[in-house]
Structures are given as C-alpha cells and as structure tokens.
Design a protein around this ligand. Structure first.
Ligand code: PLP
Ligand code: COI
Length: 341
C-alpha cells in the first residue's frame, strides 16, 4: 500500500478529508448496522437535536505506526467506555463498546495510506462522535442518532512542538459544578471558544480554567488536563468532578509510578501553590505532554524552574516513556495496545 504524498513532519493539527469514514444510525430504539462511506458530508433535518439543543458527544484517539511497521491504537477501550458515559449523561443511547472498537479498526484499515509513517512525528487522529439526528422542537432528547468516526493525519497540537507554553488564568468558566465538565460534550468546547480567542489575542497559548465555584483551584485547559512535578519529583494531577478523565493523564500516572518509580498523587491543587511546583505540563491525546513554562494570573507571573526553552527533566522522561509505549519501542502494560495491521 502506497502512502499519501504528504510532508508528514510538517502537517500541523488540521483536518484533511481522508478516504473512508464509518457511520451507523440509531432509530426505533436500536443501532442499525454500520458501514464505511466515502461521503464526508452529512445531510440533516433543519430541526435535528444537534442543531437546536446541541445534543452531541465525541472522542479523540490516535493510530500510530510502530517501529516494526505495525499500526496500533492506544487504549481505545477507554475511549469507548468514556463515550458511553458521555452519551448516558446526555440522554443518548450508548454506542456499544465492541462496535466502537470494530469501527476504529475498519476506519484505520480503510485509510491505511493516511497513517503517517514511523518517525515522522505525525499520527492518524481518530474522531468518533455521535449526535441527535432526529427532529426536536420541545426541549427533550431526540429519538434518532448518528454515530460517525473519521480519521485525519495530524502533527503536534501546539505550534512549536515541545516549546514550553504560556497560559493565563481565565476569567471565564468552562464547566459548572455538577455540570458537563467530566464528559466529552461538544457544548463544553463551544463554551471555551470566547475565552480561547481572547487568550490568544492577548498572546497566550491557552487558558487555565479554575474551578467555577471558588476560582481558587486548578481544573484544566480547554483541551487537556494538567500534570505537575514537585521539586522532589512527585507527580501531581488535579482532582475534580468537573474535569475530563483524561486517558493520557491516567496512563502517565501509571507510567510515573510503575516505570519511573515516582511518587504520584491526585488531589485538589490550589492556584496559590502553583509557584511551588518545579514542572508543569498539559496532557491529552492531541497535546501528548506539552510543557508549560509560565502561567500568568492577572498580572502575577508564575515561572516554572524548568524554563521556557525545553521540557522539564521529569516531563521529558514521562513523554519519552509514553511515546515509546505508543510507538512500540518500550514494552506496554498488558492490554494497552490494540494491533490493527
Ligand atoms: N481535557 C479535555 C477538556 C480534553 O478535550 C481532552 C482531550 O481529549 C483531555 C482533557 C485529554 O483527554 P485524553 O487524554 O483522554 O485525550
Ligand atoms: C483530544 O486530545 O483528543 C482532544 O479532544 C483535544 C482537542 C483537540 C479537542
């Protein structure tokens, strides 16, 4: 199979239409048989629940070419489970886990020419999503849904790759207590756009969203969880009911403890203790681990000792071990890697 002729190392994090995507419809109380289609467009009724009341959730995972030329995904079972949780929370019928995994495999196989080669730094980003396709005018759940899954080749999420980011503490709320912050609903991202445009215009790479109730604890950014390293090399991640349970973050805590022998803890992290940490990073499927060099809290600059030139020492070790597991150069824990081709 011949690969597409792309400059794989410089593709950025952008959408490109690939050859095939998967689609399945939910009607009359059950999911129909799914299939691959070449059509990247969707025709919807004007009153579809997604268009009126934003009933939608999605996932993000990647397919990797490993050192031995295989193509694999990383813990896709956790994406399937999280999507079932998101769907249940949004009163949508969960898409069954085995069918989700099968759809991932089918889309990757059908777009093999788009899976970036080993060593290019790029991956095939996979976007499963489901939305209310049936008409609703009164505010209530739709009776019809569509699940889709497409792939698009991507490079690093943040321009500059491993260059440390500068964040600002946002004045806006991303997720309410007891709201939707812990599920991957598109509406959470719509909520973050205004804050994100303002932060970019002011020269920041991203927002740090504090907790909405007290504005004194660290929650997450618009698209990644936080990870901190203390001066004595303990890895700390914020605990909150209104942040997304990142699969990357859960995996990194395991790697820190079991591969690197570090102490780890998950606990509420106060904004006032940021200055005590030695390193900071953003973690997620798209972000992998992107180092943070500086956080600006309303004029007060918090500069991490790891600086603005490179990743901190522990962040780098976490990055190397995680990407080694994903690319097949470091042995993976049982069940983390699903081989597709
Ligand atoms: N937090 C938010 C808001 C996200 O959108 C993402 C991306 O999926 C993450 C965290 C990281 O989650 P994961 O590591 O499962 O990709
Ligand atoms: C991901 O990391 O997969 C995300 O969903 C983050 C962002 C692209 C929305």
């Amino acid at each position: 199979m011949e690969k597409k002729n792309l400059d794989w190392s410089n593709i950025g994090f952008n959408y490109r239409t690939t050859d095939k995507r998967y689609v399945a419809n939910y009607k009359d109380g059950e999911w129909g048989e799914g299939e691959l289609t070449s059509d990247a467009n969707i025709v919807l009724n004007e009153c579809a629940g997604i268009l009126q009341y934003c009933q939608e959730c999605f996932e993000g995972l990647k397919a990797y070419t490993t050192a031995d030329g295989s193509v694999v995904t990383f813990r896709p079972d956790l994406n399937a489970e999280r999507m079932m949780d998101s769907a249940a929370w949004l009163e949508m019928p969960p898409f069954p886990k085995e069918r989700f995994l099968e759809a991932v495999d089918q889309v990757v196989r059908a777009n093999a020419a788009w899976v970036p080669p080993y060593g290019s730094g790029a991956t095939l980003y996979l976007r499963p999503y489901m939305f209310a396709s049936g008409p609703v005018i009164g505010v209530k759940p739709s009776l019809e849904y569509q699940f889709r899954l497409f792939g698009t080749p991507v490079g690093p999420y943040f321009k500059g790759g491993a260059k440390p980011l500068t964040l600002c503490v946002s004045d806006f709320d991303r997720a309410a207590p007891h709201g939707t912050g812990h599920v991957k609903a598109g509406l959470n991202y719509a909520m973050s756009l205004h804050a994100s445009v303002l932060a970019h215009a002011a020269g920041y790479d991203e927002n740090l969203f504090p907790d909405s109730a007290t504005r004194s604890y660290v929650e997450e950014t618009g698209g990644a969880n936080f990870l901190f390293v203390t001066k004595d090399h303990e890895v700390v991640t914020p605990q909150s009911d209104s942040i997304l349970p990142s699969i990357t973050r859960r995996s990194l805590l395991y790697v820190a403890e079991h591969y690197l022998g570090l102490k780890v803890s998950q606990r509420p992290v106060k904004l006032s203790e940021l200055a005590d940490f030695a390193e900071c990073g953003l973690c997620g499927t798209a972000a992998v681990i992107s180092p943070v060099g500086k956080i600006v809290d309303h004029g007060k600059e918090i500069c991490f000792p790891s600086g603005m030139e490179k990743m901190g020492e522990i962040t780098q070790k976490l990055y190397d071990t995680l990407t080694g597991i994903q690319m097949g150069t470091t042995e993976a824990p049982e069940g983390w890697i699903r081989k597709i081709m």
